[in-house]
Ligand binder design. Structure first.
Ligand code: ADP
Ligand code: MG
Length: 295
């Protein structure tokens, strides 16, 4: 009898094409608004576990909280033991920094602070202040953590056997699982000037789609825009002719680090990096309005 009811239910869902509704939630953490859609009977539990995970990651890896691991490292407290996963995260950030020739630099905390990006007290620092900040390498995983977090959340959902999910961690999108009708997930690429999306990226399965742009955090002085992605060579906001870079990669942290690094590199160097390394796809929005994409 039970089986009969289940069959009728499945059949009627197929006939009316009804898609089960996801659990939809919005939450503020890691200094950004996050939106979650989770499908499956354990969605509530999945959401709760995701929030716990995100809060745990934020308190461990915040560059500004005095309780964080980074704060201890930055303040010379080396007498504590990192868990293997924590050490691996720092190693991976170092490796990605080397791979990108330093364009991704996870030790520019003082520089971001000098530009006022931590306390929203934005200002153009003097050259002396920039030099001093660059001479003091301190950890900041702001360019990697949301991608890493998305990936960790997807792993968590696998353990809970959640059907599928769409996690938007402040512009870092993590898809998880397959849609039942087999169609791809569609992730919009924002227009840097607001308004409609400039395009849609279609991905299947579990994937990270991460965008870095000059329109996410910035301030203006005398008509000049100063944004939060800093060029480790100059100490100034990267001025590479790009408005945004979107990276699509199965590994969330790699996607996040690369979106930041490719933005610093600019189109030519980024395209060469893609040719040499592969393992990801990317979409570039240029300042002149043109759009380039890898295959
Ligand atoms: P968002 O965090 O807004 O999604 P990004 O992933 O591009 O954007 O990361 C930008 C953040 O990374 C900055 O706010 C700063 O904390 C840090 N950052 C800035 N420039 C760099 C860089 N060249 N390499 C690594 N991290 C950077
Ligand atoms: Mg990034």
């Amino acid at each position: 009898m039970k089986r009969f009811f289940a069959m009728v239910l499945t059949l009627s869902m197929l006939l009316c094409g009804c898609e089960p509704k996801p659990l939809e939630r919005t939450f503020f953490t890691m200094n950004t608004v996050m939106q979650f859609k989770i499908w499956g009977k354990d969605a509530d539990n999945g959401y709760g576990r995701i929030i716990t995970k995100l809060q745990e990651l934020e308190s461990s890896w915040s560059a500004t909280s005095e309780d964080s691991i980074l704060w201890q490292l930055n303040n010379g407290n080396t007498i504590f033991q990192l868990e293997p996963g924590q050490a691996a995260l720092l190693d991976k950030a170092e490796t990605l920094s080397q791979r990108t020739g330093g364009a991704f630099n996870p030790k520019m905390r003082c520089l971001s602070e000098a530009w006022g990006f931590y306390n929203e007290q934005h200002r153009v620092p003097t050259q002396e202040e920039i030099d001093a900040a660059m001479a003091d390498p301190q950890w900041d995983l702001g360019g990697a953590l949301k991608g890493y977090a998305g990936q960790k959340c997807a792993e968590l959902l696998t353990d809970l056997k959640i059907d599928r999910a769409l996690l938007n961690l402040g512009g870092n999108v993590q898809t998880y699982g397959e849609k039942p009708d087999g169609t791809p997930w569609q992730v919009g690429i924002q227009n840097p000037d607001g308004g409609n999306y400039v395009g849609i990226v279609s991905v299947t399965g579990t994937m990270s789609v991460v965008t870095s742009g000059d329109y996410q955090r910035y301030f203006e002085v005398d008509g000049v825009r100063y944004h939060h992605i800093l060029d480790p060579e100059t100490g100034y906001p990267a001025d590479s002719g790009l408005r945004s870079v979107t990276v699509i990669c199965a590994d969330g942290m790699t996607a996040d680090c690369l979106s930041t690094a490719l933005f610093v590199m600019g189109l030519e160097e980024a395209a060469e990096f893609w040719r040499q390394n592969g393992g990801f796809e990317a979409v570039f929005l240029l300042s002149d309005g043109s759009i380039y994409a890898t295959r």
